[in-house]
Design a protein around this ligand. Structure first.
Ligand SMILES: *Cc1c(COP(=O)(O)O)cnc(C)c1O
Length: 437
């Protein structure tokens, strides 16, 4: 039995396997909470983009904020990808896995001078510039060091990606990008400033987008701009279509990466822009369905009908050892993620809220789930490969989870479980003497 959205995940008998590895066995051996990823699932997801772009001048830049663990980056780097980064820290991660700086694009609305200096020093392929003020600062820094910064302006096409407001980025009210009406003037400014060279144009309209229509709207508006910019004598070399393609968490039916890219490339060709280099920046769609978060059931806490409640409503809780600090998506976006038992049992299922130990009512992983589990059993939160570990925190002084990669029947620890002593490092007591209280 396979599970929706997760190509490498299936029950064999009663046991849940990712590729040929039993999740319960990994949890038993390496402890929980435990993130486990499938290398094949990542490479299959990438192959959809690669097939559509084959034969064209292109670069797939994995947006590493979705999952920036070094082994994940290594897989994509070896498969030929570049990276889309949004901070100086992400730049160092990319360099640490040996990717050429000429395959790195630097996005983000708030790049600091220090981050831009470092990116100029290593020679990133392109800065995706998000404001006129950033353009001026970048020019000043580049000119001062004699470097040339290749730039693309992120234009805000003002299209509604139809996604959660927190992950929608292409509307006028968002902080991202340069307003469509200002774009031509900004390109003229960029072309005139010292230290800058116009390379391309980009958009990124949001995340977990489940249809092609908003992309086509954004693309059309971008191609209009390209025509206008080039009529001012400024050459646009590449078109960067951003990321944002959704995955199946529940019953969403986003187009496949290959189908979406085909649709967009057909439009690009039809409008006479097929000669340009095509860039994309997928994050979630490359890693989301490749991972699961495995957790142990600590306690079952049966609900009690409030006194005199005629409906007899009860809330049962399944308290697990993973929490909002390990996987923030439910708390942050009210995201629905599938939760299943790692071993199927014949016991009657319990309708319950799956919650963590953190002292917040927002600390839940799933509401009203039907699970046949007991204390000591393992559950898996599915499609947790994107925006899971990369958003994890130490709230409640909880060490971050360990991470594993599986391929066939092989499994590697790719990040050790954090130790509590790691969390104190860099903290200092006040110099108040040794008086005990
Ligand atoms: C986050 C982000 C992406 C990737 O988004 P996904 O929804 O994970 O595909 C791509 N480009 C930029 C500029 C981003 O900020």
């Amino acid at each position: 039995m396979t599970l929706p959205g997760s190509p490498q995940l299936a029950y064999l008998g009663n046991e849940l396997f990712l590729e040929n590895c039993s999740l319960a066995e990994l949890a038993q051996r390496y402890g929980t909470p435990l993130y486990v990823y499938s290398r094949s699932a990542m490479l299959e997801a990438l192959a959809g983009y690669q097939r559509a772009l084959a034969g064209r001048d292109h670069l797939i830049c994995y947006a590493m904020k979705a999952n920036s663990s070094l082994a994940v980056l290594q897989i994509f780097a070896q498969a030929g990808c570049g990276f889309d980064i949004v901070s100086g820290g992400e730049l160092e991660r990319a360099l640490a896995v040996g990717v050429a700086a000429s395959k790195i694009v630097f996005s983000g609305v708030g790049k600091t001078r220090a981050e831009m200096r470092r990116a100029l020093e290593v020679g990133v392929m392109c800065f995706n510039v998000e404001s006129e003020a950033e353009l001026e600062v970048l020019s000043e820094l580049a000119a001062a060091t004699g470097a040339v910064a290749h730039v693309s302006l992120r234009v805000n096409p003002d299209v509604d990606a139809g996604t959660h407001p927190y992950i929608s980025t292409g509307l006028k009210g968002n902080k991202f990008g340069i307003a469509h009406e200002r774009a031509v003037a900004c390109y003229e400014r960029a072309a005139a400033l010292p230290g800058l060279k116009v390379a391309g144009i980009d958009f990124h309209i949001g995340s977990q987008i489940s249809e092609a229509a908003p992309y086509l709207d954004a693309l059309d508006r971008m191609l209009d701009l390209v025509d206008a910019i080039e009529s001012h004598g400024i050459a646009i070399h590449h078109l960067d279509l951003g990321g944002g393609l959704g995955i199946t968490y529940a019953d969403e039916t986003p187009p496949s990466a290959q189908a979406l890219m085909k649709t967009l490339l057909t439009r690009i060709d039809a409008r006479g822009h097929g000669h340009r280099k095509i860039m994309v920046e997928p994050g979630r769609s490359l890693v989301g369905n490749a991972g699961a978060l495995v957790s142990e059931v600590l306690y079952l806490k049966p609900g009690t009908a409030p006194h005199g409640d005629p409906s007899g409503a009860e809330k049962n809780f399944c308290i697990v050892d993973a929490a909002m600090n390990d996987l923030m998506r439910p708390a942050l976006y009210q995201a629905w993620m599938n939760i299943v038992a790692c071993r199927l049992s014949n016991e009657p299922p319990l309708l319950c809220d799956v919650v963590g130990p953190v002292c917040e009512s927002g600390d839940w992983l799933g509401h009203d789930r039907s699970l046949a589990v007991r204390a000591g059993d393992f559950i898996a939160v599915l499609s947790a490969g994107a925006y899971g570990m990369s958003m994890a925190s130490n709230y409640n002084t909880r060490p971050r989870a360990a991470e594993m990669m599986v391929a066939g029947d092989q499994a590697w620890v790719i990040r050790d479980r954090e130790q509590v002593s790691d969390l104190f490092r860099g903290e200092h007591l006040l110099p108040l003497g040794s008086r005990r209280t």
